[in-house]
Design a protein around this ligand. Structure first.
Ligand code: FPP
Length: 237
């Protein structure tokens, strides 16, 4: 069996942080309390990801579809994201965390746009890990934006052809390696428009634990599970 094992650690892990609402309602708390707890879980997992030598951690905080939620919940999540970016700055500095953003920033509230711009600029030189925050992110939306960027930049005289490399080069973060492992917490088993292009060969782990309950051990277990997977990228077994 040993030769079937994948001994490399994941370079990039993506997480669909699901189950905040259920975590709260099971405790007779407001759904928004679950989102606040979700921030603590994110910090625990970021710290463990650093310990495990993970280079990139993509966290799905708000999708292009999440605007359909109740207005007060959307407003709460937006304020939480802005406050988290502002208040956790000491956490990012102390732990040498670089923060980047993926998604359509233009449609976010001004306060969130400002905090994203500030944190990405101020943490740009940090090297322990890159946390890629997906806020107002949709995989289909990213692909459409990539195509539009390419259309705007192409040289009209060249009769250019569109190919996979062209698309990849115009994604939000072309420098970022594809996720090796994508984790979805909270029992559902779907991708929900998360990093669609980049997840082509990701290993998918679905966990029944709700996101606010996630801790360092859960991430270690997920990485151990990943190491046991045989990856062949469409080649021979
Ligand atoms: C899914 O749970 C969670 C969200 C839509 C929001 C996640 C946001 C955070 C954890 C805060 C932002 C995080 C960072 C790191 C800035 P759900 O509400 O869909 O849960 P449910 O399926 O139980 O209803």
């Amino acid at each position: 069996m040993e030769d079937k094992m994948n001994t490399t650690a994941p370079r990039h892990i993506g997480i669909i942080m699901d189950g905040n609402g259920r975590w709260a309602t099971r405790r007779n708390l407001r759904r928004t309390r679950g989102h606040s707890e979700g921030i603590h879980a994110a910090k625990r997992v970021v710290l463990e990801a650093i310990t495990q030598g993970i280079e990139y951690l993509s966290l799905y905080a708000f999708s292009t579809e999440n605007w359909r939620r109740a207005e007060d919940e959307v407003a709460f999540i937006m304020a939480l994201v802005a406050r988290n970016l502002r208040n956790q700055y000491a956490f990012y500095r102390k732990n040498n965390v670089r923060v980047i953003h993926t998604g359509d920033i233009r449609k976010l509230p001004e306060e969130v746009r400002r905090e994203i711009a500030r944190v990405t600029e101020e943490t740009a030189g940090n090297t322990a890990i890159t946390v890629n925050l997906a806020v107002n992110y949709g995989g289909r939306d990213e692909i459409v934006r990539a195509v539009n960027r390419w259309l705007q930049q192409r040289d009209a005289d060249e009769n250019p052809r569109f190919c996979e490399t062209q698309l990849r080069d115009h994604l939000d973060h072309p420098e970022m390696p594809d996720p090796d492992l994508v984790i979805r917490t909270g029992s559902e088993q779907r991708l929900s428009n998360f990093l669609l292009w980049q997840c082509a060969y990701a290993e998918l782990l679905f966990s029944d634990r709700l996101w606010p309950d996630w801790n360092a051990q859960d991430l270690r277990d997920a990485i151990d599970w990943f190491r046991g997977r045989k990856r062949n990228f469409g080649g021979m077994r």
